[in-house]
Design a protein around this ligand. Sequence first.
Ligand code: PEP
Length: 258
Amino acid sequence: MRKPFIGGNWKMNTDSASAAELACGLSRNLDDVCNEKVDVTVCPPFVYLSAVKKALGPCQIGLGAQDVYFEPKGAFTGEISCSMLKDVGCSHVIIGHSERRHIIKESDELINRKLSAAISSGLLAIFCVGELLEQRNAGKTNSVVAEQIKKGMAGIGLEKACAVTIAYEPVWAIGTGINATAQQAQEVHVMIRELIAKLYDKSFAQQIRIQYGGSATAANAAELMSQPDIDGLLVGGASLKLEDFTKIVMAAAERKII
Ligand code: PEP
């Protein structure tokens, strides 16, 4: 059985004091369940990665960045390399988040280069995909998500694909308070797993973890994760609240599949 995986995407929030305080609280609350029953990774802004790493201490909560650049070093003002992320203690990196796709206008090709570079460097990737509301309303959810996966994972062989967690995040659900229903999310997760079986093989399709993201909260986490193909959550807003994120992780640790 796939171990549940909860990610916290802090986006462009916190300051140095509140980031460290949140990390200390998480390490206190979650040390017992992390790693054994559930994998947990938090993704603070770049500038607080070191402070959060220090505040997490020896607990098993992973540290992730929210983005990375594909070049190893050089004249790329403002960008951050994979080795820099590893240097400050990152195990994970989010790639292709919808805010980067739609606000920063990142293309599938750029996302593919980032994903490939991240995995080659030894980072674990949380690779985000998801449709816009108009695409869902036009019945294009599956084709949009499938295209994002095919293009994003192009040229990434089975060995490297093992370092990928896919996060299905419908854009209309992110930060809106309107989550996909467990059924809606499950349907897309099944489609993703079938696609992975075609692109790689059936056994890997059963291994790869697929998170749901989009207005996940302490109140809906257990229901979302009761679906057999929802292996965890990528959490934005609720990951900034110690109590709520703790409850979400606990729900994952006690996950009951229906
Ligand atoms: C996200 O940013 O990945 C996300 C899922 O945000 P929220 O939980 O706030 O919808």
